[in-house]
Design a protein around this ligand. Structure first.
Ligand SMILES: *Cc1c(COP(=O)(O)O)cnc(C)c1O
Length: 376
């Protein structure tokens, strides 16, 4: 019988940092600084420094962070915002709720991130922002994306919700664009004990606008400069995140070591394409997503052995019913569609043990997948 392998094990991490977390939680409860306040401010400073950025603004979630960053850039009805179809739906939801229209650009075959060669053709006079997604922990191809954006005078907002600590050309994800958005959803590389997110930026004006938007448009007590929302980070989450941040680099290194271990064990597996990291980029392996033409059979075989995988994402956004009104048809973004049919995320978290990794690899290699018909 195989060792059961969960997709994610947050309890295993809590056991390694219990004393620090419990002390942090206790401090917030004793001080009752629950909504915004000193714990949030302290974490904002620490996280900005970690991202090599001047400003971080804590928000209620990564979705809030994306929405508020776009609002801060004055994205509004009638505008277009470019992103990719292979991402979590929040990227496009945030665009939608500014009133702007999401416009998709296909991803590249190797990294599943925005294909910078296809970006220029998607830009129109209405394009107000570009939101590349650092998928699975690997930064998108930022140098060409930033060059194209700069030529057109369009700001770039990184969706770094899966890429805390990743690097591109030696620089941290979050420090590359005009602003960047992070999620601290519990399963992310840096996860809260509840919902949280942040916008980081080197631009003081963007930071101030996000700060006001997350707090009802207030620029000082009872002075509402514009209509905002309640999208604040809470004190408990900030304290947990502050306690966890000093461990993040080590956890990311553990993820990278696990990825290398998977790579070694799976290099000869048939009909399995291993995750590729482009030169000049460093992935923090939020997910370890293989590709297989027999993905569904493979996932079923693993499940039968008590090994739990994920699919990120099975339906690209342009084919989701929620975005049917955009009028995209199947075939519009062939690479994203093929990735959606083939990707399979294997168990990945820093505390994953070698015997669990071996057990996953054994199950994968001992179940050659019956190939499903493919159009490629
Ligand atoms: C998790 C995630 C989000 C949303 O973050 P929440 O904190 O869950 O709101 C947005 N984009 C991507 C790519 C994500 O992975």
């Amino acid at each position: 019988m195989n060792t059961p392998v969960p997709f994610l094990d947050l309890k295993a991490q809590y056991r390694t940092i219990r004393a620090e977390i419990d002390a942090a939680l206790n401090e917030v409860v004793e001080s009752t600084a629950f909504a915004g306040g000193p714990f949030v401010e302290r974490f904002e400073e620490q996280f900005a420094a970690y991202c090599q950025c001047d400003h971080a603004v804590g928000t209620g979630s990564g979705t809030d962070a994306l929405w508020l960053a776009l609002l801060a850039l004055d994205v509004k009805p009638g505008d277009e915002v470019i992103t990719v179809p292979l991402t979590f739906i929040a990227t496009a939801e945030a665009i939608h709720f500014t009133g702007a229209r999401p416009v998709f650009v296909d991803v590249d075959e190797m990294t599943c991130t925005m294909d910078s060669a296809k970006l220029n053709a998607a830009i129109t006079p209405r394009t107000k922002a570009i939101v590349p997604v650092h998928l699975y922990g690997q930064p998108a191809d930022m140098i060409p994306i930033l060059e194209i954006a700069e030529r057109h005078g369009i700001p770039v907002v990184e969706d770094a919700c899966q890429a805390h600590g990743a690097r591109y050309a030696g620089r941290r994800a979050g420090s590359l664009g005009d602003a960047a958005c992070f999620s601290f959803y519990p399963g992310k590389n840096l996860g809260a004990y509840g919902e949280a997110g942040a916008v980081v930026t080197g631009n003081a004006e963007i930071a101030e606008r996000v700060r006001a938007f997350r707090d009802h448009g207030q620029i000082r007590k009872n002075h509402h400069q514009f209509i905002g929302w309640n999208a604040r980070m809470d004190g408990i989450q900030a304290a947990v995140l502050g306690a966890k941040l000093p461990h993040l680099d080590q956890w990311n290194e553990q993820r990278q070591a696990i990825a290398r271990h998977y790579n070694r064990l799976l290099e000869n597996a048939t009909d399995v394409v291993l995750p590729q990291v482009a030169v000049n980029r460093e992935s923090v392996f939020h997910l370890y997503a293989i590709r297989s033409r027999g993905r569904d059979a493979l996932a079923a075989a693993l499940r039968a052995e008590d090994i739990h995988c994920g699919i990120h994402y099975p339906v690209p956004l342009h084919l989701q019913p929620a975005f049917a009104h955009l009028g995209y048809l199947r075939g519009a973004f062939p690479i994203a569609e093929r990735c959606a049919d083939q990707v399979l995320s294997l168990p990945m978290y820093p505390e994953l043990r070698p015997e669990q990794i071996e057990s996953v690899a054994k199950a994968l290699t001992s179940h050659p997948s019956p190939l499903t018909p493919t159009t490629t």
